[in-house]
Design a protein around this ligand. Structure first.
Ligand SMILES: [Zn+2]
Length: 224
């Protein structure tokens, strides 16, 4: 467990650095977490810049999301993470940021279509636009409830982007993929009508995603 915990700390630190380097976070924005094998959770702290975290800044939580270890308070959005983990036993990581293109669509109340780019169909699936909820409240979980059953990406209305995965790498790749797509879609919309993937290929890609998601063993990769 010690090695797994240290690995998880390092991976969350690296994820914060990557999100910050990509311009997805300002100030103390964003939060990420990992489900550990013994049903404990590691989450980013509240009020710190996520691009500058040290491994010991992360907060260890028990199965009820009560703090076990850490000098800071857990992210104020911990209830959102708790809701995802309690409803999706297949999911072991959550990544939340205010990635600008996704947040622009979420703020405009514009859904991102799921049938435009093959990568989005294959690796993400539907990108769900939720109702607005004040960040850090129980209401966030309520707005996710209609969508969490089988989806992996959520545009939080007037707030930001949440992606989830079987490990942190998958959750982060989905995060990157959705923001990259939002940017491309925004640009394509300036050019006029945007084409979609033919229905038959959309169905083929969806079947491929479902078969990949059904793979149970997807361990956390080692830190670099
Ligand atoms: Zn946020």
């Amino acid at each position: 467990m010690t090695n797994q915990l240290e690995n998880a700390r390092q991976r969350l630190v690296e994820t914060g650095q990557k999100l910050y380097a990509k311009g997805f976070l300002a100030g103390s924005d964003g939060n990420s977490s990992i489900r550990l094998p013994d049903e404990q959770f590691l989450i980013t702290p509240s009020g710190l810049a996520k691009g500058e975290l040290a491994p010991e800044d992360l907060v260890l939580l028990d199965s009820h999301f009560v703090k076990v270890e850490g000098r800071y308070q857990p992210s104020s959005e911990y209830k959102m993470h708790q809701f995802v983990y309690s409803n999706r036993p297949d999911i072991s990581a959550c990544v939340h940021s205010h990635a600008p293109y996704c947040t622009a669509f979420a703020t405009a109340g514009r859904e991102l279509p799921d049938n435009i780019l093959p990568e989005t169909v294959l690796f993400v699936g539907r990108i769900c636009l939720t109702e607005y909820a004040p960040p850090g409240t129980d209401a966030v979980a309520k707005t996710l409830k209609p969508f969490t059953g089988e989806n992996n990406a959520f545009l939080l209305r007037n707030h930001g982007l949440l992606t989830i995965g079987r490990n942190l790498q998958e959750a982060f790749w989905r995060h990157e993929t959705v923001e990259h797509f939002a940017r491309i879609y925004f640009l394509a919309c300036q050019l006029g009508e945007v084409g979609s993937i033919p229905k038959e290929d959309f169905q083929r890609l969806t079947r491929m995603r479902n078969s990949m998601q059904a793979t149970p063993d997807n361990p956390e990769p080692k830190p670099k």
